[in-house]
Design a protein around this ligand. Sequence first.
Ligand code: NDP
Length: 447
Amino acid sequence: MTDRRTALTESFMQDLIARTPRQPEFHQAVREVAHDVLTIEKNDPRLHAARVLDRLSEPDRIITFRVTWEDDSGAVQINRGWRVQTSNAIGPYKGGLRFHPTVNLSVLKFLGFEQVFKNALTGLPLGGAKGGADFDPKGRSEAEIMRFCHAFMAELCKYIGPDHDVPAGDINVGTREIGYLFGAYKKHKGQFHGALTGKGESFGGSALRVEATGYGLIYFLCHMLGVQGRSLHGVRVAISGAGNVATHAAEMALQEGAMVVSLSDSTGVLLAEDGLTQDHVDWVRAQKAAGQAIDDAPGGMRYVAGKAPWGAVDAEVLLPCATQNELDADALAAAIDAGAGIIAEGANMPLTADAVALADRKGLLHAPGKASNAGGVAISGLEMSQNAHGRYLSSVEVCRALRDIMGTIHDQIRAEAGSAARLDYRRGANIAGYRKVAQAVAAFGVI
Ligand code: NDP
């Protein structure tokens, strides 16, 4: 079976790479799913005839546009913006916007592809998409960020809408940027409706959307430990990143009694051998919000420049919450030496392919982002229905919904993961997500 899977995957990938050269992140994401689902597709005449995975790996459309804006000195600046609308098979296109100098078509295609399966796992009627720009907000003034957001939306607004495509935030796009983007959307379209999620609560945002990805990650992790009859209490947890996902994961991990031993950013890592506190998390959040460095750490934390958390401190659980391919095989080997046995991804595809293979060889439990970080999009889905119906849920109701959804995702994966002693979360997530989308794609006929 393994040989058949590998042969099918390699043949599929050869064709994909020939059609889409120089898109390594996209190929990495598709290869992982293809390996788990192509045998299912081949064995089902209806899905095979429909060529479901071929269709899902060719986005419905890709929109590329110029973003022209003026910096504080009056100079004209030009960036490139994109929206990749991957699939609306089970609902309107849905996925975040990322502003980062590393954004390119390969990165957005991988993120849009992952989003299709993630959104299916939530059980909500959401298709998959991703977008963003190669804009670097670092060192930019608030007024420049506002002008960039307004210029970006002046073009993007032509391609989105509440029943069509509903973007949200991602790296460097938080509540502030969504406010500027929504303001521009309203101005250009002359309509107030839920064409974006992650909005401020005073203009249609959902309670707990900001916290949802990080909190949901910890709820999912609690289910992983629950299968072993354990809780998070006293467990040492290493977290990378210092943004939305990382700090909210740290906050909820502390509430569940874990010992959080690190946070990090693109300059270095903050280590807390005896565990960090909520005050430490608040300090990190405030520093990042003010655009300040995190190197002047308060007592109880130690900053190490140029390093990541992996292997720098003993931890059983690894929560990579920064960016794609941040954790390679060497770093994972060091983390395993320092006691790692469980990985739950807060970021999308944070492990390199070699690191994934090592995690398998060493028998680690490994939850993929499409399952463990789905809490954010799940609450975005609830924000869409709250906007549509004009009825808003309390934070207690949203929290209950988030816990339920993360539990249901875990159950679906267990049901698909097979009976092996080690629960294969990646395979379970890929198959469960694929089955749902595939049935819809096949039902539409050849279109
Ligand atoms: P933020 O912009 O809030 O934070 C990103 C963090 O990652 C920052 O601390 C940043 O450091 C760090 N980072 C970025 N690039 C690198 C790098 N190359 N090396 C080391 N650190 C890096 O983003 P989010 O927290 O929202 O997103 C983090 C991850 O979670 C992303 O992979 C995103 O796709 C994923 N995700 C986010 C969701 C959400 O709801 N926001 C939902 C699901 C997934 P610095 O500040 O120095 O740049």
